[in-house]
Design a protein. Structure first.
Length: 254
């Protein structure tokens, strides 16, 4: 039986780039058992395959090479069992995080499908009066908040315009608080709303808002100065701003 394998043979055996083995040798993580006399090629014993497999598995768990080196240097039955328990805790945590992501995606898909269905079945230029229950959002402050918060990708964005000021939030379900206990929920009041769709860039949305206010006045409605705008097709879905679609809502006060 062959006692040694070269770095090239070991890399093929373990489906690993040979330069990775060279690097492991350089940093002392997996040094060859010896060198071949005629050409200095690195030689590894078959037992080292197990060590290499352990290194690769630890990397899959997200450990750094320094952490792996510490683990290999101090492992015994007790430390290995502790490590396996820690791995299980990590897996459970990731599973819980993925379940949250799954629910967030389901809510995003449901929101878009419901809105697309309404748009396809009705005239998007039509103005409606719609009764809404109280709705919830996570207030986000200024526009710069969007770029550092994953909520804005997964959840629908809601934008409020009032007295020349603009604020943002993410539209969420009421049970969002259960899954994100630290989140502070704000409420969009329930009631009747004057609703219309705006197609085009955000820079032109005040054309629709002002037209909606004028139409409400013509029909004898007193509406709030605060407009509630739900982004339906936005920069996360469509690069062409002329295809953006926003639902504009004005609460009817009397």
């Amino acid at each position: 039986m062959q006692r040694y394998v070269t770095a090239g043979e070991l890399s093929q055996l373990c489906n690993l780039h040979i330069q990775t083995l060279h690097y492991y040798d350089k940093i002392g993580l997996l040094k060859p058992s010896g060198r071949r006399a005629k050409d200095g090629a690195r030689l590894y014993t078959f037992d080292q395959v197990y060590k290499l497999t352990t290194i690769r598995y630890q990397q899959r768990l997200g450990k750094s090479l320094a952490q792996i080196a510490d683990y290999l240097a101090s492992r015994d039955v007790t430390t290995t069992l502790d490590d396996l328990n820690q791995q299980m805790d990590t897996v459970h945590q990731k599973m819980a995080e993925l379940k949250l992501v799954e629910k967030m995606l389901e809510e995003k898909i449901d929101f878009l499908q419901q809105k697309f269905s309404v748009i396809q079945e009705t005239d998007p230029t039509k103005v409606d009066v719609i009764e809404f229950p109280p709705r919830f959002y996570v207030a986000a402050g200024g526009e710069e908040f969007q770029f550092g918060n994953d909520y804005f990708y997964v959840y629908p964005t809601v934008v409020f315009h009032e007295a020349g000021k603009k604020s943002f939030g993410v539209y969420v379900s009421e049970d969002f608080k259960t899954e994100h206990p630290l989140a502070q929920l704000s409420q969009i009041p329930g009631g009747r709303y004057f609703c219309a769709y705006h197609k085009g860039s955000y820079e032109t949305i005040f054309t629709t808002i002002d037209a909606l206010k004028d139409l409400a006045k013509q029909r004898g409605y007193a509406v709030s100065e605060r407009s509630v705008c739900f982004n339906i097709i936005d920069q996360f879905l469509e690069p062409d701003t002329s295809n953006y679609l926003t639902e504009v809502q004005l609460q009817i006060l009397s």
